[in-house]
Ligand binder design. Structure first.
Ligand code: RTP
Ligand code: MG
Length: 173
């Protein structure tokens, strides 16, 4: 099992003890400068909370060019790379780690397609995104990316483990 995965035992109200477990994973998300400048931080975070995802790390910071290049290293050399670097470097962002069942896939679904014109209504980019560059948010696209990206922005000591009451209701079946 990869590091991003964790197994939690869920206790129901006494005397019932649920014998099963849910498997959860962690993913990295950051809100881009357009989300900050447009006052959409609360709106976006609210959507993740409504979906049952647990916030286990959260902070506001100014994105350095160095961290931006590290985050998007797979895109270095592409036509949009410099434009993307200029958009986010030295700008305010909110970085976070979300946890839940199938969190990587679930968060990408809530975020929507890269181009807001193609993103489904009801997704964050579908509802608020303005352009491919100003698409409000980034979310890890795989477990491997999530692991790597969390490490760029967070120390292990910044991740807070706690029990989210509603997660017992997220068990499938
Ligand atoms: P992200 O990494 O930010 O979550 O977005 P994504 O996976 O949906 O898209 P990706 O292909 O990884 O692209 C990273 C970001 O680069 C900008 N981009 N601009 N053709 C373009 O002008 C273009 N293509 C990509 C977007 O801001 C995209 O989110
Ligand atoms: Mg990407």
């Amino acid at each position: 099992m990869i590091n991003a995965l964790k197994v939690l035992g869920i206790k129901l109200k006494s005397p019932t003890i649920l014998q099963g477990v849910i498997e959860v994973e962690r993913t990295f998300v950051y809100l881009k400068p357009d989300a900050i400048y447009r006052g959409l931080i609360g709106e976006i975070i609210h959507r993740f909370e409504n979906k049952g995802l647990k916030i286990v790390a959260l902070k506001m910071m100014r994105m350095t060019r160095e961290k931006a290049e590290e985050l998007y290293r797979e895109h270095k050399g592409k036509s949009f790379f410099e434009n993307l670097m200029n958009f986010i470097s030295d700008e305010p962002v909110v970085v976070m780690i979300l946890e839940g069942p199938k969190a990587v896939e679930m968060v990408r679904h809530v975020v929507g397609a890269t181009d807001p014109l193609e993103a489904a209504p009801g997704s964050i980019r579908g509802d608020y995104g303005a352009s491919v560059t100003k698409n409000l948010i980034h979310a890890s696209d795989s477990h491997e990316s999530a692991e790597r990206e969390m490490g760029i922005f967070f120390e292990p000591s910044e991740i807070v483990d706690y029990e989210l009451e509603i997660q017992r209701h997220l068990i499938v079946g």
